[in-house]
Design a protein. Structure first.
Length: 603
């Protein structure tokens, strides 16, 4: 159960206890916690909320910029009658690695900042008494981690982390920590693949459990009526008069799985299932056999104070703004989000491009400006990248697909963001990565990666492996911007002529211009709201002139935090919305455009 991907949901046989709240917290400034046995309990601690990032909670800059270990502690009780159950402790995510002790006994460790993990804790637990839970979380990055970065140590012993990506390296326990009270024999994984023909839907299923007991499967509609049923660990369900899951219409059935022994219920789990198909055909992206046009954003799971910590209020606010602006899709840039986000998208019919944490495969800080430095990256020339980084990359692909495989909202996997694909050895790296990914998704969704401007058409060594060409382009901002904006369209369209020759769908996964809300200037200048509006209008003309472009996801949904620097004014300001989720002029422009573009635009 260390790899815990099945969402912790209550049922007649399962109970879930959320341990989120105020925990004890201590920064390990001198890397001494393990030597001094902090795992047995923290002294001289402060307090933090879980989930949240720790970085923006304090006024001490050395805490915000801390590199290394931080420690957490909480206490909880377990009822005596639960001793004959399986008590499963589950962390939704902890960035970037964690070790866990219960009552002084080490029970789990995990590397990878965005995926769930945990353990069955019965042997270490005190039933009918208090339990002390201690967790150490580490935020260090290097060339082999996913994502990547580097650490610089100064003469006074302090260390600072410089990520190879353009967003702040928030860290901490970022998702809920939950106890699942499970039967001794239980269901631990479900896999579904859906299809339809005419008005009949199909759900292929496979159940994994710790028992050889009888398995009963029922598919129930939104009103709770059984529309199909079967028995056994695998099989196919047939649904007459099927209600398809569609963009904007997130119809979900419940796949109810029961373990039975002599007719008695042992375990029960309910999995929401949306019946739909996804495929690429020529230069079109099809959902349920119909052309689909992506309208929306690249996003960050980022907000004031919480940082990257999951906040349900922020999630719902974002969903309401997506609906208001006429968006139908998002990309989870540049890492997987909290599981609640995907469940919400399933319910609301929001289409998701699900991205791995493989960002920064390019050994320069702020690599989006690399083209102007004259310096060449040699990331993929390093043997350690082909020996170790690729193993960690594969690990995160496998985990992402395992966790999110059943979400109807997830229609495509993005395997990396802006790698240095112009390098010759990037080809061998990504040939292996794409091959690996194709063997791990039971639904065989399309695969992509986002191409950076430094690898334009004719210089990219990776695009041939992708089913969909995803382009991050900033003609009019990082190049040919300001007073030259009117000339950006020509160069942009000339590059797209080349990409169209690939005969694949093209999604503009990033395009944008930094804009400080409240700056107005006529005539426009860069950073003004007027300039962002003019920039977007030019981009949209280009998109409309290119038949193969089947989607536009503006960068970014909302302003977000980055590392300090003279190129960033307290973060990245490319949002259509401010960081506190208020609209800029650009939001109104996008709303007017997207409300008038049907989901099958260019179909």
């Amino acid at each position: 159960m260390e790899e815990q991907y099945l969402y912790p949901a209550e049922s007649p046989t399962r109970q879930v206890i959320d341990l989120s709240g105020i925990w004890k917290f201590k920064v390990d400034h001198n890397s001494e916690g393990k030597e001094k046995d902090w795992q047995n309990g923290l002294a001289d601690y402060c307090e933090v909320p879980v989930p949240s990032s720790f970085n923006d909670l304090f006024t001490d800059k050395d805490i915000r910029e801390h590199v290394g270990d931080v420690w957490y502690q909480t206490e909880f009780y377990l009822a005596e009658e639960w001793e004959n159950k399986n008590i499963n402790l589950r962390f939704g995510s902890a960035t970037h690695r964690a070790e866990v002790w219960l009552n002084g006994e080490k029970i789990a460790e995990h590397e990878g900042g965005y995926m769930p993990f945990g353990a069955i804790i019965n042997e270490a637990a005190n039933f009918g008494a208090k339990n002390t839970l201690v967790v150490v979380v580490n935020n260090e990055l290097d060339l082999t981690t996913i994502p990547t970065g580097q650490i610089k140590e100064y003469d006074d012993g302090k260390r600072r982390l410089f990520p190879y990506f353009d967003f702040f390296n928030y860290a901490g326990i970022h998702s809920a920590v939950k106890l699942q009270i499970l039967p001794k024999e239980y269901i631990y994984d479900i896999t579904t693949v859906t299809d339809f023909k005419g008005d009949t839907g199909f759900v292929d299923y496979e159940i994994e459990s710790s028992s050889h007991s009888e398995i009963k499967v029922e598919l129930k509609d939104i009103e709770g009526k059984v529309v199909a049923q079967n028995s056994g660990a695998e099989g196919k369900l047939e649904v007459k008069n099927v209600n398809l899951w569609q963009p904007g219409e997130g119809y979900l059935y419940n796949l109810e799985v029961s373990l039975l022994s002599a007719g008695e219920l042992i375990d029960n789990y309910r999995l929401p299932v949306g019946i739909r198909t996804v495929e690429v055909k020529g230069n079109r992206f099809l959902i349920n056999g119909e052309p689909f046009y992506f309208k929306g954003f690249g996003k960050h799971q980022d907000s004031e104070i919480n940082g990257r910590g999951f906040d349900p209020a922020v999630m719902i606010r974002d969903a309401e703004l997506l609906d208001w602006i006429g968006a139908n899709s998002v990309r989870t840039s540049h890492y997987p989000y909290d599981e609640e986000f995907y469940r919400m998208c399933d319910r609301r019919g929001v289409v998701v491009i699900d991205e791995t944490p493989a960002v920064g495969l390019f050994d320069m800080n702020l690599n989006f400006l690399a083209a102007g430095t004259g310096k060449e990256s040699d990331f993929f020339d390093k043997e350690i990248v082909h020996e170790q980084t690729i193993k960690n990359h594969k690990r995160e692909i496998k985990r992402l697909m395992q966790r999110d495989k059943n979400h109807a909202s997830v229609v495509m996997w993005c395997l990396a963001n802006e790698p240095d694909s112009a390098q010759e050895r990037a080809e061998e790296y990504f040939e292996e990565i794409f091959s690996y990914a194709r063997s791990h998704d039971p639904q065989e969704r399309p695969l992509t990666f986002t191409n950076i401007m430094t690898a334009p058409y004719g210089k990219c060594n990776v695009a041939q492996f992708a089913d969909v060409i995803s382009l991050n382009r900033y003609y009019g901002w990082y190049i040919i911007g300001g007073s030259e904006l009117e000339y950006a369209q020509k160069d942009f369209e000339e590059e797209l002529v080349g990409w169209e020759k690939e005969g694949k769908p093209i999604v503009m996964t990033e395009y944008g211009a930094d804009t400080k809300a409240g700056i107005h200037k006529l005539p426009s200048v860069q950073w003004s709201e007027e300039y962002q509006k003019e920039y977007l209008e030019l981009q949209h003309q280009v998109f409309d002139n290119c038949d193969s472009i089947v989607g536009e996801q503006m960068w970014n949904f909302a302003d977000f935090q980055t590392v300090e620097g003279i190129l960033r004014v307290n973060g990245n300001k490319k949002g259509a919305f401010t960081r506190d989720r208020q609209p800029k002029m650009a939001a109104h422009l996008l709303k007017e455009r997207w409300e008038n573009l049907p989901n099958n635009f260019k179909g």
